[in-house]
Design a binder for this molecule. Structure first.
Ligand code: CP
Ligand code: NVA
Length: 301
């Protein structure tokens, strides 16, 4: 059985084939209405559970649409409405769901919830974001980069801001896809130690972005961060805002990415978000194509 739990837990060759298949599946649908089925229906007669313990727009809609395009059906479940949120163990929930559905996608808080779900489920489990990582996002980001600027291998990716869950999956990807990753952000919001060796830190954002092929940022306050930390984080991160002056120091064809949702004119200015280097909406679209490829891979024997 193949779970998609994290980028560093999936073989390099498998990751590459997931990206390449995503590109082919996307091309095969070009110009067709969103609701039209794919020619190939690998999820025909398959039922997929999409569990959300945190809010979501992109993950929720892209998984739902992707399953339907591939011939399957979905049920979207909110963690708080399930017994999971009322004391049933994750292991029991995993065992029960495996009797009904063919695939489980879960967005949750603790990484341990995801790992326990995968340990006890007898169907594939996909990580739709935890406090620690967001692998589906970064698969979409790599697909997006390569569509615009060719192979990511050997390229320089600069992350400006909070060393959070999305950054962590970028760090895992840097090793698996062989690109250079630079973190620029305050010492207090440095990525977790487990990621040491996967990226370099350059404290000054103006230095960090020199020669960048891709500049990335994310919200300054993630869903798992206490709202009470908001003001402090804004003060710490203000100097790492991605604005036109910062983008001007990257390569002229550097792309700008943000997983969204964005807090407009906070982590990035509107001029950058809506500017010529921004690919944020292609990135959002590619969640659909990347995840379809991930689900197909999970269900392949
Ligand atoms: N980027 C992302 O995962 O967005 P949602 O929280 O809307 O799913
Ligand atoms: N870092 C953000 C990503 C949202 C898609 C969060 O965890 O809230």
């Amino acid at each position: 059985m193949k779970h998609f739990l994290d980028i560093h837990k999936t073989d390099q060759s498998e990751l590459r084939s997931i990206i390449d298949n995503a590109a082919s599946m996307k091309a095969a649908r070009s110009g067709r209405p969103r609701g039209a089925p794919d020619d190939e229906q690998p999820l025909k007669d398959h039922m997929v559970a999409l569990i959300f313990e945190k809010p979501s727009t992109r993950t929720r809609v892209s998984f739902d649409v992707g399953v339907r395009q591939m011939g399957g059906q979905t049920m979207v479940l909110s963690g708080s409405d399930m017994q999971l949120g009322h004391g049933e163990t994750i292991a029991d929930t995993a065992r029960v769901l495996s009797r009904y559905v063919d695939l489980i996608m879960i967005r949750t808080f603790e990484e341990q919830t995801l790992l326990e779900m995968a340990e006890y489920a007898t169907v594939p489990v996909i990580n739709g974001l935890t406090d620690r990582t967001h692998p589906c996002q970064i698969m979409a980001d790599i697909l997006t980069f390569e569509e615009h600027n060719g192979p990511i291998k050997g390229k320089r990716v600069v992350w400006s801001g909070d060393g959070n869950n999305v950054f962590a999956s970028f760090a895992h990807a840097a090793k698996q896809f062989d690109f250079d990753l630079v973190f620029t952000g305050p010492e207090t919001l440095e990525p977790e130690q487990a990621l040491d060796g996967l990226y370099t830190t350059i404290r000054d954002p103006n230095e960090a972005v020199k020669g960048a092929d891709l500049v990335v940022t994310d919200t300054w306050v993630s869903m798992h961060d206490p709202q009470s930390a908001r003001e402090r984080r804004h003060n710490q991160l203000r100097g790492y805002q991605v604005n036109e002056a910062l983008m001007a120091k990257a390569k002229s064809d550097a792309l700008f990415m943000h997983c969204l949702p964005a807090h407009r004119n906070e982590e990035a200015t509107n001029a950058v978000m809506d500017g010529p280097n921004s690919v944020v909406f292609d990135e959002a679209e590619n969640r659909l194509h990347a995840q379809k490829s991930i689900m197909r891979w999970c269900l392949e024997k």
